[in-house]
Design a protein. Structure first.
Length: 114
């Protein structure tokens, strides 16, 4: 499969999942979630969905559990929106890139220039 087609599928899945999570999921455990990236396997059987969750560790854990519980609904939503032969099996992965960036920034700011 061409990398350009895979890139378009990843971006389309990211958009569909972002919209479904923010406007269609009614689970109160789902906090402020941002879908940062989607990586689909070349055979379109599996998709790793990277999400960033705002909140404390407990809120993040509950949100990730809620997303895992709603993966069937979200997978059907992707299947109904995208015109692909097989809908990938969705796996949610917590993306801590923003936290690591803030931590690095704090460390750089706290260094003494002398």
């Amino acid at each position: 499969m061409s990398s350009d087609r895979l890139r378009r599928i990843n971006e389309a899945m990211r958009e569909v999942l972002s919209g479904a999570i923010t406007s269609e999921l009614k689970d109160p455990r789902v906090g402020f979630v941002t879908v940062t990236a989607v990586e689909t396997s070349p055979d379109l059987r599996h998709a790793r969905v990277f999400v960033s969750v705002l909140g404390n560790p407990g809120e993040r854990r509950r949100t990730m559990q809620a997303l895992d519980n709603a993966h069937g609904f979200l997978q059907r939503r992707v299947g109904s929106e995208l015109r692909i032969k097989n809908t990938p099996q969705i796996q949610f992965i917590y993306d801590d890139t923003a936290e690591r960036g803030m931590r690095i920034s704090e460390l750089l700011d706290s260094e003494d220039p002398s």
